[in-house]
Design a protein around this ligand. Structure first.
Ligand SMILES: *Cc1c(COP(=O)(O)O)cnc(C)c1O
Length: 398
């Protein structure tokens, strides 16, 4: 009998009941705008910011409309200007180069290694060509942050972290997003907290935080924030920082706060699922697993495997056969489809070819592991991938 998987790779868990109850209270109040507050009430958005800042060990936090908005806001706040180059990962998702392009800046791509992290040798070689690195911890893979920060500090490169896939993860005990000057997170449905859309930005930098608050559309109401610098930080810059409206509202904050309280349990549950799939795929001939470094405390909300140096036809056949058995894998080697695309498909950027990176991208198969999957589901998914990879691998080069 051929086993098939019948679960949905895009089905997240329901919003917890206590979060729904809070959201209903906010709706009953009619006060959804973050600055629509009565008396001294802090409001859900400020409370979320204070709680997230504390969870990340940051001085400041700003909640915004999306993860992509947080990235662009951080770029503006550190002073990136139209025409500036910004270093970023060749292996990432479209909102990252998109955030760079949105401020008129120009992405300069840095390669990816077989470990699926930014190629630090390539970064070191390119570090004198830009003042800012937007580092994407793509699919939760964290590079050697000690070496990365040493390279960037030496070259005078400011680091902004895209933590869309690493909320709750750590490198040598430091939360992801806390190495660079700012960390940006997404609370879009497919990330680690779910408010449909939403983003968070953390920093310890007074000026960056004050600029980000003004940029997000605070008008002159910045003193209503709980996790922002004092009024003195705004004294001058409030006159010369444009309002690029992108606030979060109380409804989203209300459903995020109870989820944030459970973040570490959720992260552990994801990683348990990751380990179940990884275990089932270990020693599959022709398939390369990504060995995770000891220093990386990752969140396994998705898993990637490599079919290195396979022909495109053979990879396509594996994908087809897995899909026929209910396992939808994403392939970064293909033309842009759904959420996946690659650096050479962002044609608004003129990029240099990166043969070593192309070899890796061509090999990456990827799937999310939503918490609606049981551990048995994960073992079944691994058995299906293993069997189909083995079938094609045995048949020899296509
Ligand atoms: C989702 C995502 C973003 C942007 O988040 P949105 O909230 O969707 O704007 C940025 N980077 C990566 C790697 C992402 O996956």
């Amino acid at each position: 009998m051929t086993e098939c998987f019948t679960g949905s790779f895009t089905q997240q868990e329901p919003i917890p009941e206590d979060a729904i109850a809070r959201a209903v209270e906010v709706m009953r109040s009619g006060r959804l705008h973050r600055y629509n507050l009565v008396g001294d009430e802090p409001g859900e958005v400020s409370l979320l910011e204070a709680e997230f800042a504390e969870a990340m060990g940051a001085k400041y936090c700003l909640a915004v409309a999306s993860g992509g908005y947080a990235l662009a806001c951080a770029l503006r706040a550190v002073g990136v200007k139209p025409g500036d180059k910004v270093l970023t990962n060749a292996f990432t998702l479209a909102p990252v180069p998109g955030a760079i392009a949105s401020v008129g800046a120009v992405p300069l791509f840095v390669g990816v290694t077989e470990e699926l992290v930014i190629d630090l040798d390539d970064l070191a070689a390119k570090a004198d060509r830009a003042k800012v690195l937007m580092l994407s911890h793509m699919r939760g893979h964290i590079c050697d942050m000690d070496r990365l920060m040493a390279i960037c500090d030496t070259a005078g490169v400011t680091v902004i972290e895209d933590c869309a896939h690493t909320m709750g993860a750590r490198w040598r005990g430091t939360p992801s997003g806390r190495h660079g000057i700012a960390g940006c997170y997404s609370t879009q449905t497919y990330k680690h907290l779910n408010s449909g859309e939403g983003g968070l930005l953390v920093t310890d930098d007074d000026e960056l935080a004050a600029r980000a608050v003004m940029l997000s559309g605070s008008y002159m109401l910045y003193e209503r924030h709980l996790a922002a610098p004092g009024a003195e930080a705004f004294a001058e810059l409030r006159y010369d920082t444009p309002n690029v409206s992108g606030r979060m509202d109380h409804l989203r904050a209300a459903i995020l706060r109870p989820q944030l309280a459970r973040l570490s349990q959720q992260c552990a549950a994801w990683t348990e699922r990751y380990r179940a799939v990884e275990e089932g795929l270990r020693d599959t001939p022709g398939l390369t697993l990504v060995e995770r470094p000891e220093a990386e405390d990752f969140v396994g909300s998705s898993i990637q495997v490599l079919l290195l140096d396979w022909s495109e036809a053979a990879i396509a056949e594996v994908l087809r056969r897995c899909a026929a058995r209910g396992v939808e894998l994403k392939w970064f080697g293909a033309e842009p489809t759904g959420f996946t695309s690659r650096y050479d498909s962002w044609r608004y950027v003129r990029s240099e070819r990166m043969p070593a990176t192309d070899r890796v991208l061509r090999a990456i198969l990827d799937t999310r592991l939503p918490l609606t999957f049981s551990l048995d589901d994960c073992r079944l998914i691994a058995r299906i991938i293993r069997a189909e990879v083995a079938a094609i691998h045995q048949a020899g080069p296509a």
